[in-house]
Write a protein that binds this ligand. Structure first.
Ligand code: 9MR
Length: 379
């Protein structure tokens, strides 16, 4: 699923050509009132539970950076330890799965918002902002759609996509800080993923999704989210070129999410350079799915490499004022997506069995060191 750097090849033709068809539409770039509303909740969450002064969220608040986690809805509903770590350590949460389309609309026209609504209620109770993940992706589509999609006309596919985006964004209107509107649209060679949306609609599906999301919640920050943008190369070059062209056409895109699923065997990315160049182009940026997997069992050498990768990603974000959140893709190895995807790899998270690992201490220390520098306005 994550593709080694060595396999990347060059071609950005499709990404560039597709933009020629985008109409010019004027949209304001919104800020979000939720940001200011919860910015001072550092010693207590709004529900009154204590936030330790040395927690990631409290230390992040001191330097103006929200620290987040993806949340497993089943654990949130069943484990008080999971809940208290989520509340105490993080100031933003992302639904790991329950805002994806297959959960939201399991039968056409029948909506299942309850699991995501519970997460939002949890976030509101604990003074956290919510990253909405995600609206348009080739994975985790409902079975009713995948069963019929190939036989649908372009107009039918477009109507279904519009209905989905507008329905979901409208339901959560005012409650989402950042939306991952389009998820993982690029191949490693810079071309567009040939998903059903691209097959039927071309790259216009991306433009339309941002426009519809903005219409449904004009104050949400709208993101394009992808992996391997951390590395300077064909994929990140194509993504930068594409989002710049969207912005030039006044398509309402605010930010770019860098997933940052790292693996010690592939070496370190030049993430800082990439955050900087997207920020310089006028985009908010965010680390949206950080984890660092390695081959099991973890040796001392690999542990050191994992710590270094976490440190690199956090420090890169800290150095870019438009990097508005640093989110780990789950905090505990018990619930990580990694072992079932990469045989023999794991230990990617900052806790195991609800105990903080050296990776946690690394993030904590980096945030503590950063408190010596001036807090930024992004919080
Ligand atoms: O962590 C998610 C896992 O529980 C799901 O089974 C998987 C299905 O596609 O998606 C995982 O999350 C992905 C995220 O939504 C997008 N970026 C890659 C993440 C890891 O695969």
């Amino acid at each position: 699923m994550r593709i080694p750097r060595a396999r990347m090849v060059a071609s950005t033709v499709a990404a560039t050509a597709a933009l020629a068809m985008i109409p010019a539409i004027a949209f304001a770039q919104p800020s979000h009132p939720l940001t200011a509303a919860t910015s001072s909740a550092t010693s207590h969450t709004t529900s009154g539970s204590a936030v330790p002064a040395d927690s990631l969220r409290a230390l992040g608040a001191k330097v103006g950076l929200r620290i987040g986690t993806a949340v497993n809805a089943d654990e949130l509903a069943s484990s008080s330890t999971y809940d208290s770590i989520t509340a105490q350590q993080f100031s933003t949460v992302t639904a790991e799965n329950v805002m994806k389309w297959d959960t939201i609309e399991p039968e056409q026209g029948q909506y299942n918002y309850a699991p995501a609504d519970k997460l939002i209620a949890f976030a509101e109770a604990h003074g956290q902002l919510v990253r909405g993940h995600n609206l348009v992706w080739e994975n985790q589509q409902p079975a009713w759609f995948t069963a019929e999609s190939a036989s649908l006309s372009a107009d039918q596919v477009k109507a279904i996509l519009k209905q989905h985006v507008i329905s979901e964004v409208s339901h959560f209107k005012g409650k989402i800080w950042q939306w991952d509107v389009v998820n993982e649209p690029f191949n490693e060679d810079g071309s567009f993923v040939n998903n059903i949306w691209y097959q039927k609609l071309g790259a216009a599906y991306i433009t339309d999704a941002f426009i519809w999301a903005h219409q449904a919640d004009p104050k949400a920050k709208l993101f394009l989210n992808d992996y391997n943008l951390e590395y300077t190369g064909t994929k990140s070059n194509a993504a930068l070129s594409f989002v710049q062209q969207l912005k030039a056409k006044h398509v309402p895109i605010n930010g770019v999410g860098f997933e940052t699923h790292l693996d010690t065997q592939y070496g370190q990315p030049d993430l800082l350079n990439n955050l900087q160049r997207f920020a310089a182009a006028g985009f908010d940026v965010a680390i949206t799915e950080a984890d660092v997997r390695t081959t099991l069992p973890v040796t001392a050498v690999e542990q050191t490499a994992q710590n270094a990768d976490y440190s690199l990603s956090l420090q890169a974000c800290l150095q870019v004022s438009r990097c508005i959140s640093y989110t780990v893709w789950g905090f505990d190895d018990q619930f990580s997506w990694v072992p079932s995807t990469f045989a023999g790899e794991g230990a990617a998270d900052i806790y195991n069995d609800f105990q903080p690992k050296p990776q946690y201490t690394t993030l904590q220390q980096d945030l503590e060191l950063a408190t010596g520098s001036a807090a930024r306005s992004r919080y």
